[in-house]
Design a protein around this ligand. Structure first.
Ligand SMILES: *[C@@H]1O[C@H](CO)[C@@H](O)[C@H](O)[C@H]1NC(C)=O
Ligand SMILES: *[C@@H]1O[C@H](CO)[C@@H](O)[C@H](O)[C@H]1NC(C)=O
Ligand SMILES: *[C@@H]1O[C@H](CO)[C@@H](O)[C@H](O)[C@H]1NC(C)=O
Length: 491
């Protein structure tokens, strides 16, 4: 019912086309011979109005595709890649500049009299039917217009049209950054017809893989191009099945840059944190400063490394490495905490041992003696005085030495001032002294049960060997795993 008028309209169009074709062949010889004569005479081809006239006289309608109503037009595509740059992990895209060439046959434009390929002004493409090719995975794209539209139009005697354009496009490329920076990416560039389904237009690569030119000469910062493929398939949408061309290429990341920028500084930081093991444990400011500085620098380094990457949820290879380095730097800081803590314990133990040797009594008893001797001092200050005595006896050092035991006692410096003020704490001082005695007894028992560390320097000695060994071993595991995943070796 409904198809009848449509069919009739189609038939009318075909009849119209037949008439146009007849007229076209009739006129073309005259037009082109005129063109040629003029070209020979004056060295220049007639103004576009001649072509307008020619097209009009042929009744050429650019709104109708070649072979309208018949078999689909075959559009063969080839391209030269001028540049690929700005490969961005954050935006997951890259910029590409291409010379795109499309070939198709339009019998309405065939001519017989001249054996020459006619190169015409690019602006003439506005008056001809051209394929509605677009780049489905582009985010932005533009044609170059300096100094004129960068277009090429060439007619061959058999009606084959060559249409060339220079395009710059920002094309999306989904990247899997799990192996970053030891990763490789597969980016694609797709062409598709915007409105014509496969019943009207077919896109084919002109010569398969050989349709892609200029990829060998491309230099991309941070990447090497490792092979490419071309394929022809279809895009399926609600409105139908559209012809699609796909060009995909592999990008192998050049790791040298990232190794120099991130990995080497991280390794050097870890190594510099080991310097702490070679410094005297009593040099508190030196070791604490070194530890904290390396931890902070490591934090800065890892946040700088993350700046050029998108905020993705999965863990990247670089995250693993930086976390490992952070762990080592932090462990070096903790190692000093342990060394300092155990050195206090050892000093106490040695002190109590010496006290037992000297008086065959526990140091708590000694504590009372000292307190009796000092007399007017309050509980807190007597404790400190006692400890200074013990330290002197135990380590044979001067009171002025800045050992961890002295500086770790906050009340020590205040002792003389309290003496001067002569404050009488009364019952409070007695309570505190008994409490302090109880605590020191408890600590004494606790230290007795601790694993025997004869000398806190031993921890440093072990660390000097253990840290580098473990770091080298973990590095070996890390690089083996990720190099294996990478499947290739490019530096
Ligand atoms: C026209 O172009 C075709 C295809 O590129 C080529 O084979 C042919 O030699 C050219 N003809 C002339 C006369 O240059
Ligand atoms: C060319 O195409 C074939 C398959 O069509 C593919 O195996 C090959 O990797 C492609 N690329 C090159 C550069 O030959
Ligand atoms: C890239 O991925 C596409 C689809 O996932 C695949 O068809 C193509 O072969 C891949 N290209 C390369 C060069 O590996």
């Amino acid at each position: 019912m409904e198809t009848l008028p449509a069919r009739r309209a189609g038939a009318q169009v075909l009849v119209l086309l037949a008439i146009i074709r007849f007229k076209f062949f009739h006129n073309i010889s005259n037009v082109f011979s005129r063109l040629c004569v003029r070209a020979d005479d004056h060295g220049a081809i007639e103004s576009p109005s001649t072509i307008d006239h020619m097209l009009a006289s042929r009744g050429y309608d650019r709104h109708l595709r070649p072979n309208f109503g018949g078999a689909p037009v075959v559009v063969r595509v080839s391209m030269s890649i001028a540049s690929i740059d700005q490969v961005s992990e954050v935006n997951m895209d890259y910029m590409v500049t291409i010379f795109l060439r499309q070939y198709w046959q339009d019998n309405r434009l065939a001519f017989e009299d001249i054996d020459a390929n006619l190169t015409l002004d690019g602006r003439l493409s506005d008056r001809l039917w051209v394929p509605d090719l677009f780049i489905p995975n582009s985010k932005q794209a533009f044609l170059h217009k300096v100094t004129v539209d960068n277009k090429l139009l060439r007619l061959h005697p058999d009606g084959t049209v060559l249409y060339g354009q220079r395009i710059t496009a920002k094309v999306s490329c989904n990247m899997d950054l799990r192996n970053y920076p030891l990763d490789e990416q597969n980016c694609t560039l797709q062409y598709e017809s915007y409105g014509y389904t496969t019943q009207d237009v077919l896109f084919l690569w002109k010569d398969g893989n050989a349709s892609i030119h200029g990829l060998e000469d491309i230099e991309i910062a941070q990447f090497d191009i490792g092979g490419f493929t071309t394929s022809e398939n279809h895009g399926y949408y609600e409105t139908g099945e559209y012809p699609r061309l796909t060009f995909s290429f592999r990008l192998h990341r050049n790791v040298v840059f990232i190794i120099l920028q991130t990995y080497v500084p991280a390794i050097l930081l870890v190594i510099s944190s080991w310097v702490s093991f070679f410094i005297n444990p009593e040099a508190v400011p030196a070791r604490v400063t070194l530890g904290i500085t390396t931890v902070l620098t490591m934090t800065t380094l890892s946040s700088a490394a993350k700046e050029s990457l998108p905020k993705i949820s999965y863990i990247k290879a670089i995250d693993v490495y930086l976390a490992m380095c952070f762990f080592f730097v932090f462990a070096a800081l903790l190692e000093y905490a342990i060394v300092n803590f155990s050195s206090v314990g050892i000093a106490k133990k040695q002190a109590s041992l010496q006290g037992q040797q000297g008086q065959s009594e526990c140091h708590v008893c000694r504590c009372h003696d000292v307190e009796a001797r000092v007399g007017g001092l309050n509980g807190v200050s007597s404790q400190h005085t006692l400890r200074v005595d013990i330290v002197n006896e135990a380590t044979q050092k001067e009171v002025t030495s800045h050992g961890p035991f002295l500086t770790s006692q906050p009340g020590f410096a205040e002792t003389p001032r309290r003496e001067d003020t002569g404050m009488d704490d009364g019952d409070d001082s007695k309570q505190r002294s008994t409490f302090a005695g109880a605590v020191s007894t408890m600590l004494h028992h606790l230290y007795g049960r601790r694993p025997q560390i004869k000398n806190s320097n031993n921890i440093d000695k072990y660390s000097r060997v253990m840290f580098p060994t473990l770091f080298i071993a973990l590095n070996f595991v890390y690089w083996s795993v990720y190099m294996y995943r990478r499947h290739y070796f490019v530096f």
